[in-house]
Each structure stands twice: as structure tokens, then as C-alpha cells.
Design a protein. Structure first.
Length: 64
């Protein structure tokens, strides 16, 4: 996920969302390629903030 300066607020909200789920609480995520809605956890993510953008890298694991 990469955010422009105008959407830095979205990146902050997304980071808070991931933090609140703590890598163990599942949530639904829509896949980019085929649009399927899948249930996932995100046990690992990192955030890089620069003057021009905020980048969040996520590792999702599908749960059943």
C-alpha cells in the first residue's frame, strides 16, 4: 500500500487498524487481482514515512 501526501491520514488509520488487530484478529481483505474477499490476519507489517509518501508493506495470511 502506498499513499500520497493527501492520503497520509489513510496510512495512519490503516496502521492503527493493523495495530488494533495485533496480528491475530482476522479481518476481510479484497484481493487486487480477482476481487475475491478473503479472511486474513496480518502478523507482520512495516511502515516507511518520507516527505512525499507513506508506504506500508503487509504480510497477509489467509485463515479459514
Amino acid at each position: 500500500m502506498e499513499c500520497s501526501p493527501d492520503s497520509n491520514r489513510n496510512a495512519v488509520e490503516f496502521d492503527r487498524f493493523l495495530t488494533s488487530h495485533g496480528g491475530v484478529t482476522a479481518f476481510f481483505f479484497r484481493e487486487y487481482e480477482n476481487g475475491d474477499l478473503i479472511k486474513v490476519v496480518c502478523p507482520k507489517w512495516s511502515k516507511t514515512v518520507t516527505k512525499r509518501h507513506t508506504e506500508i508493506s503487509c504480510t497477509f495470511e489467509e485463515v479459514v
